[in-house]
Write a protein that binds this ligand. Structure first.
Ligand code: HEM
Length: 487
């Protein structure tokens, strides 16, 4: 939809167009553009056909079910499969000889790669393709780091499918695919709750919200009255905490090959070159810590998101966007209540007065909020305040984001009838299979799918200087024992 064309306000904006107007004193944009493009989300009715509140439409499944590998709609789900041997499609190998995700960006209406498929657009020098990759989640191409993770799990699926089919020779394509998918989905749940969430939320919140996974046997957490759907506030504000963490520089295996994110949004070519291939970048990602969680965000996401230089054929340059402004505007577009309301919702001490705000986020930053919101604390946007709150003692986030995220992950676990630890589901894992899943780590998966990776730390979500998170030979990271799936 035309909505702030090339940085200029559109004379007759269409319904749903809500450009962010640049104030004359903006330090970055004011001499460049008049506005940032912003299109309102498609509206939907509230759960239970409640006509009082407008909601927005989800494109992906809510559950932690690896739908970003397998797709959330029939077209994508069908496209990513080879329909033979239970495998997922891949495209040509990268420079290191390993398969890449399939091309298919043209199938989606994602803003992913319109430039890449236009006539006259330069072809990727390695594959001679002009298309983008497609995976279960259409955002695969957005940043190289995301392509790497998608690539790893497509390769992982195909390794499991190959092994299952090698000893269950009577299994057809559908059986191999579904069994493999069940294993990959279970591992996603396990790794998320066992290895990642405790780092984000800390042990106290994990215990308070009953989020821990069992270390043996089955667990009975499914509760049919729990609604697992993704809550608006989670997607529109709290879980966007991650926008504070990426650095501007993407690390490759060798420091000299590091590159700047700003120039590589939707760049499917760079990831096929040996020095910046998935294996090289995984080694880089493993060695670099995240940026601190706070209100400071690098310029690749802050001012220059999706910026594009002039193209070869009189293509005008495309000015960058500001992800933080998009987040704030999206929060208002979706009608997310302001920060003090969420403090109340979470049962936290109120922040109605400046003194209380100071306590929640420290004097210096509280003063900035007071100035920016003209002293109206009741109007402070949740996303901005969530980044500013003092973190909990053993987690990364402050109490309000922790509460919203913990509740969402509780609903996703307790509202999932197919949760991997549940005995009550139609075809539960056997005790031996559960044990095999629990012995598997993310490190073992990444070792298996990555060319030239011989050593990796125990928990890839933590840096190697964390006590106990030693680098180990890949042969010591136990890969899933699939013999328990032999029929
Ligand atoms: C370089 C990394 C990233 C980029 C370029 C990026 C970019 C974006 C963009 C453009 C949007 C849509 C903004 C809008 O118009 O409302 C978005 C949404 C979102 N992002 Fe990110 N993001 C990144 C990393 C992350 C991380 C690390 C997390 C969480 C850990 C995250 C969580 C989210 C969430 C929850 C949404 C809302 C999704 C929805 O409601 O559909 N993002 N991101």
């Amino acid at each position: 939809m035309p909505c702030c064309d090339d940085g200029k306000l559109v004379v007759e904006p269409k319904n749903g167009c809500l450009p962010i107007i640049i104030p004359g004193n903006d330090p970055f944009y004011s001499d460049k553009v008049e506005c940032i493009r912003f299109v309102r989300s498609s509206p939907a009715m509230d759960i239970g056909l409640n006509y009082k509140e407008m909601q927005q439409i989800n494109q992906n499944t809510a559950f932690i079910d690896a739908s970003h590998v397998y797709g959330s709609n029939d077209i994508v789900a069908d496209y990513v499969r080879t329909k033979s041997g239970g495998r997922l499609k891949t495209s040509d190998n990268d420079d290191t000889g390993k398969p890449m995700p399939p091309f298919g960006g043209h199938l989606t209406d994602a803003p992913a790669c319109p430039k890449a498929i236009e006539d006259g657009a330069p072809k990727c020098p390695i594959t001679l393709e002009k298309d983008c990759f497609l995976a279960g989640d259409v955002r695969i191409d957005m940043v190289p780091g995301l392509i790497v993770i998608h690539t790893a799990f497509i390769r992982f699926h195909n390794i499991i499918a190959y092994q299952l089919s090698s000893f269950n020779t009577n299994w057809d394509d559908e059986t191999i695919y579904q069994e493999t998918r069940r294993i990959v989905g279970a591992l996603f749940q396990l790794i998320t709750y066992r290895d990642w969430l405790p780092i984000l939320l800390g042990d106290k919140v994990m215990n308070d919200y009953n989020l821990n996974v069992a270390s043996g046997g089955y667990s009975k957490t499914y509760n049919p009255v729990v609604i697992p759907t993704i809550r608006n506030v989670f997607a529109t504000a709290a879980f966007r905490f991650g926008h504070s963490l990426p650095g501007d520089i993407l690390k490759a295996a060798e420091k000299k090959d590091d590159f700047n994110q700003t120039f590589h949004f939707f760049d499917t070519c760079i990831i096929q070159k040996a020095k910046t291939s998935p294996s090289s970048m995984l080694k880089g990602l493993a060695r670099c810590p995240m940026e601190p969680f706070d209100t400071v965000v690098g310029s690749a996401l802050r001012d220059r998101l999706f910026e594009r230089p002039a193209g070869p054929e009189n293509d005008p340059p495309q000015p960058g966007l500001d992800l933080l402004s998009l987040n704030l505007m999206r929060g208002r577009d979706h009608g997310i209540p302001a920060y003090p309301k969420w403090r109340e919702f979470c049962g936290l001490p109120p922040v109605e007065k400046f003194k209380q705000l100071k306590k929640a986020m420290g004097k210096k930053i509280a003063k900035k909020f007071k100035k920016t919101y003209n002293g109206k604390i009741k109007d402070i946007d949740l996303f901005a305040a969530g980044l500013a709150e003092k973190p909990l003692p053993d987690g990364i986030l402050g109490p309000t984001f922790s509460c919203i995220i913990a509740l969402q992950f509780k609903w996703l676990k307790h509202g999932d009838r197919f949760w991997y630890e549940s005995k009550e589901q139609p075809k539960p894992f056997t005790p031996d299979q559960l044990r095999a899943l629990r012995q598997t780590s993310l490190a073992s998966i990444l070792c298996k799918v990555t060319e030239g990776l011989y050593k990796f730390q125990k928990n890839p979500f933590l840096t190697t200087d964390v006590p106990g998170n030693d680098v180990m030979d890949c042969s010591n990271h136990k890969f899933i024992d699939l013999s328990h799936w032999q029929e």
